[in-house]
Write a protein that binds this ligand. Structure first.
Ligand code: PLP
Length: 441
């Protein structure tokens, strides 16, 4: 594999960009000694500046349910860009996209558009505080909700000996520069354990504005909820008068047309979307029932943003929702079937090669974890028993064969509507080669 052009760009980049790029996840932290600089993407393929071609399973961290430069997206964006990009006024496409979303989401009456998941989550938390008059937020260890101060607690894998007792997890700030207040107001609980959650709510419910969570953990590989757990969490929130906030930034418009709320039959009070919604453009949304969403009317809880409801992004979002929903949601069924097939076959290859790779998935989201456990059901198991160095080796060996698995060791891989059976077969063959080579190394 040629890498001269990426190396040259990296050397130039290091003069003007921190870590040679704009997010640590894309740089040498995950791609050693320098990252591949991408030039182009089409369907499920990407090409770097050295002309290397990859089957893409990272898919822009989940932002591309229809793959790269889908003809329908290219067509609508090309048509609309000539008419202007930004008016800072209300837009017809904003209404149309919100109507589509409300039709797909029975728990949602109203939508407010933002740009990124982080902003949406920040707004969701502020709304919860405004509505309830309570200050604290309860989140789970290992759940990531963007890089807003108030939620940047206990989101990374840590040595198990640093996590404290599961009944009272130590809150671990994930950045310098957080104020004591953001740590103080953010309570942390272990996930997938209803007894722990009830204990926490019984003790602190009177001061907790909302319980925020991912419907399935997607930032610690993929960890599905135990059967009935999410419904019980919702029930407990209602019992303790705490708003139930489902962060669907990853799962929304991906694990089902109605996201994790549909998959697990939930009626969250607050929902946030991002990633898949914009089909590659920065579009996010906060959504919920009328009595919750009225809180961001002017004069109550503030939500602003020069770039809210980006015009071209909304055309992409509208087109994605229409296309994925066509023929009884065939697009959603297709990405799920591909994710299921990848999961099953990767697990088979692991067994065939005698490697301790376990692949877990929720629909189209899947992730290989190297572990001696039969399954990972929570953050602490992931911290204690996931061999991240082995995943890094595996994903590098996949990329060396032209199959782009996430370079970030704790994120997940995904399918899109454009992956073909040949892409799947080629990727499985590459996984077999990688695992055999790892057994020999
Ligand atoms: C569940 C979840 N919420 C929020 C975010 C933040 O979204 P963004 O990166 O668009 O700010 C992420 C990003 O990975 C996420 O996984």
């Amino acid at each position: 594999m040629k890498t001269e052009n990426s190396e040259q760009l990296f050397n130039r980049a290091m003069e003007v960009l921190v870590e040679g790029c704009s997010s640590a996840s894309r740089g040498p932290m995950n791609y050693k000694p320098f990252p591949p600089y991408m030039r182009e993407g089409k369907g499920a393929r990407i090409w770097d500046v050295d002309g290397n071609e990859f089957i893409d399973w990272q898919l822009s961290f989940g932002c591309l349910p229809m793959g790269h430069s889908h003809p329908k997206i290219v067509e609508i964006v090309q048509e609309k860009v000539a008419g202007g990009t930004h008016f800072a006024t209300a837009l017809e496409v904003e209404v149309e996209t919100a109507e589509l979303m409300v039709n797909m989401l029975p728990h949602v009456d109203k939508v407010r558009f933002a740009n990124t998941g982080t902003e949406a989550c920040m707004t969701g938390v502020r709304m919860a505080r405004g509505i309830t008059g309570k200050r604290k937020v309860l989140k789970f260890e290992g759940h990531y909700h963007g890089w807003y101060d108030g939620l940047l607690v206990s989101t990374n894998p840590q040595p198990i000996s640093t996590l404290g007792h599961p009944n009272d997890p130590i809150r671990i700030p994930d950045s310098s520069g957080l104020t004591p207040g953001s740590l103080e107001d953010t309570l942390v609980c272990v996930w997938n354990d209803e007894v722990a959650l009830e204990r926490m709510l019984a003790t602190h419910g009177h001061e907790i504005a909302c319980l925020v969570m991912e419907g399935a953990m997607s930032n610690m590989g993929v960890i599905p909820p135990k059967p009935g757990y999410l419904k019980r969490a919702q029930e407990l929130c209602r019992a303790y008068n705490v708003l139930f906030y489902l962060d669907e930034t990853v799962t929304g418009f991906r694990v089902a047309p109605g996201g994790a709320a549909e998959l697990y039959d939930l009626q969250p009070d607050i929902v946030t979307f991002g990633k898949a919604l914009g089909q590659g453009f920065p579009v996010a949304a906060i959504a919920g029932p009328d009595h919750i969403m009225e809180s961001i009317e002017y004069g109550k809880v503030l939500h602003y943003g020069s770039h809210n409801a980006p015009r071209l992004g909304l055309y992409a979002a509208k087109t994605m929702l229409e296309e994925m929903s066509r023929d009884n949601f065939a697009g959603f069924h297709k990405i799920t079937a591909i994710g299921e097939q990848m999961t099953k076959r990767l697990n088979q290859v692991a067994r065939d090669t005698g490697q301790n790779m376990r692949v877990q998935n929720v629909g189209s989201m899947f992730h290989p974890v190297f572990t001696d456990l039969d399954a990972i059901t929570g953050y602490r198991e992931f911290c204690a028993a996931a061999d991240l160095a082995k995943y890094a080796d595996f994903s590098q060996k996949m990329r060396d064969q032209g199959v782009f698995f996430s370079g970030n060791k704790i994120l997940h891989n995904l399918s899109c509507t454009e992956h073909t059976q040949a892409d799947i077969d080629t990727s499985i063959e590459a996984a077999g080669n990688a695992l055999e080579q790892m057994a020999r190394d």
